[in-house]
Design a protein around this ligand. Structure first.
Ligand code: GDP
Length: 198
């Protein structure tokens, strides 16, 4: 898939604000600083596209982008902000979970994982929640240029092992590096296939 157009549509803070779900949709989520904006910009080949989500105070918004006038890319708020109060974190998780569970045109969610680390509890908790709600997802291990091949494989294996406790089969896995411009073709091909299959 060649991405010929990518534009920001709107931000939403509740399900009712979301644009009409007339196009197939794919969402991106991960801990803050995981490299989500960089990956979205790489995928769409548009520097600065995902910058909207970085504006201070807008970290709870869901941002919608229209790609090729054919599908929507959704930038979900990063989870795992240590500094927000529990109450705020619950609120924003509520909106994200509301969106993920109820968005009918959502075909899949890419869960970004920083390849440099062993599995973090919050990532596993979120993945378990997706599995329990029967929501389709793929893992994207980011910043692979920063991780030696052996460590990357070890971290992937640790995720697979941890996930076996509550999930059947292995997850779909991609590896990426925005710095080295790697991994985006595979993700785009997967999106294309998922749209054809839907
Ligand atoms: P977000 O908070 O998840 O949207 O993360 P950003 O895309 O803003 O990236 C967070 C930091 O990680 C920035 O300093 C990026 O330059 C850096 N970063 C993102 N992707 C990569 C990558 O693939 N390789 C390297 N080395 N750094 C990256």
């Amino acid at each position: 898939m060649r991405i010929t157009s990518a534009k920001f549509i709107k931000s939403a803070v509740q399900l009712d604000d979301c644009p009409q779900g007339e196009f197939p949709e794919f969402a991106f989520i991960g801990r803050s600083n995981v490299g989500k904006s960089s990956l979205i910009n790489l995928l769409t080949n548009k520097d600065g596209l995902a910058r909207v989500s970085k504006t201070p105070g807008r970290t709870r918004e869901i941002n919608f982008f229209k790609i090729n006038e054919a599908w929507s890319l959704v930038d979900l708020p990063g989870y795992g902000y240590a500094k927000v109060s529990k109450n705020l974190r619950e609120q924003f998780n509520e909106f994200v979970s509301d969106y993920l569970v109820n968005r009918e045109n959502l075909l899949g969610t890419f869960v970004l994982i920083d390849s440099r680390h062993t599995p973090q509890k919050i990532d596993l908790q979120f993945l378990q929640w997706l599995v329990e709600h029967n929501l389709p997802f793929a893992l994207v291990f980011t910043k692979c240029d920063k991780t030696k091949a052996g460590a990357l494989q070890k971290h992937i294996d640790l995720f697979k092992t941890a996930m076996k406790e509550w999930s059947d089969g292995d997850p779909i896995i991609f590896t990426s590096s925005a710095a080295k411009r790697l991994g985006y073709k595979e993700i785009k091909a997967f999106i294309e296939q998922a749209m054809e299959a839907s």
